[in-house]
Design a protein around this ligand. Structure first.
Ligand SMILES: Nc1ncnc2c1ncn2[C@@H]1O[C@H](COP(=O)(O)OP(=O)(O)OP(=O)(O)O)[C@@H](O)[C@H]1O
Ligand SMILES: [Mg+2]
Length: 341
């Protein structure tokens, strides 16, 4: 937005905020974030939302560093969109606090520094792409010359420059998603909230959005990404939180959460009960089905030892396949019972 504070404002030391509501001892910051004196781009403490008796979000405490791509995951109805709407000041929390760029949620100055692609974005389909962006830019009260320049920039960023005169009803779903993202970037926001930006897209469209998210990161923006598409999130996010029934069940840097864990599938002939017991005692036994045994290990260096143990125990090793744990494995392990239970 015009005249917004310089980006360095968002990197003030936490100690300089003079804010008692979310002090340094709240424990929300990712390890090292507060230690470096960096103000989180987004932080929340015990954020809560209830609808009547129904608890949609319960005690959400998180912190996201400036410039991070944050993946917010969870099954249908977990509360992801509710959290985004609270952070954007579109709905009021029932309890708790949150700050964006060091300011309380709802702060008008901060709202001007945010971008948002809602999950069910409705387009004025009769408008040309350029007219659509003109309309949204006018909501930011951007002066004419700046408006035209910025519309050109965002169209180029999302690869739709040549479609500026085309009406939105002629756009594919992927193009609509991209023009929606262009709309979210018009005010050159410091934090961009994208609620399911790739759910309707084919693999090529998803890749385009992923590349776009990486471009935003390269520009130093913080991206808050709601998504069900775990492989997408795995490819692009630095930090993730998994929400289940309104509660965060796991959060952290993706590399820490997935670590070096591997799933090792073995095909073993001459398997004896003693050998099975030996393997189950030394490693995490995930599955055993006839000659196929699947073990979980936390470190890649444990894998050669598995082969040795099989041979030492008199087994005949017909196959060993190691696969790194994926975000999907983690998601399935921590979210129980499917969606909207
Ligand atoms: N305005 C509302 N009134 C009553 N309940 C609501 C309202 N908005 C959301 N909820 C409920 O809050 C819970 C969380 O909904 P939310 O839309 O945040 O989930 P979500 O994680 O975004 O799901 P999805 O992945 O399907 O988009 C759901 O149980 C939903 O029914
Ligand atoms: Mg949602």
């Amino acid at each position: 937005m015009e005249g917004r504070p310089a980006a360095t404002d968002s990197t003030r030391a936490v100690g300089a905020r003079g804010d008692a509501a979310m002090g340094a001892g709240d424990g929300a910051a990712p390890p090292g974030l507060r230690a470096t004196g960096v103000t989180p781009a987004i932080e929340s403490l015990n954020l809560r939302k209830t609808y009547g008796q129904h608890v949609a979000v319960s005690g959400l405490t998180l912190a996201i560093a400036p410039g991070e791509i944050f993946g917010f995951l969870g099954p249908n109805g977990a509360g992801k969109s509710t959290v985004v709407k609270m952070l954007l000041g579109l709905i009021f929390p029932s309890g708790g606090t949150a700050r964006l760029l060091g300011r309380p949620i709802g702060d008008a100055g901060v709202k001007a520094r945010l971008g948002f692609l809602p999950e069910h974005f409705r387009f004025h389909e009769w408008l040309q792409a350029g007219e659509f962006l003109e309309f949204h830019a006018s909501l930011y009260r951007m002066p004419g010359p700046r408006r035209r320049q910025r519309i050109g920039e965002v169209l180029e960023l999302v690869g739709l420059t040549s479609r500026v005169k085309d009406r939105l009803h002629t756009f594919s779903k992927g193009m609509l998603q991209r023009i929606g993202i262009a709309q979210a970037l018009l005010n050159d926001p410091e934090i961009v909230f994208l609620d399911e930006p790739t759910s309707a897209l084919d693999p090529l469209g998803r890749r385009e959005v992923r590349d776009l998210i990486r471009k935003l990161k390269a520009q130093g923006k913080t991206v808050f990404l709601n998504s069900h598409l775990l492989s997408e999130v795995e490819m692009v996010c630095d930090r993730v939180a998994i929400l289940d029934r309104g509660r965060v069940v796991r959060q952290g840097l993706l590399r820490d959460l997935l670590g070096e864990s591997h799933e090792v599938e073995l095909q073993i002939g001459n398997m004896t009960p003693e050998l099975r017991q030996e393997l189950a005692g030394r490693y995490r036994l995930l599955r055993a089905d006839g000659v196929a045994v699947t073990l979980g290990v936390t470190c890649r260096d444990e894998i050669p030892g598995i082969a040795e143990a099989v041979i030492r125990g008199g087994g005949r090793l017909y196959g060993l396949t190691a696969r790194r744990f994926s975000l999907e494995d983690l998601f399935v392990a921590v979210v129980e019972g499917g969606s909207e239970r």
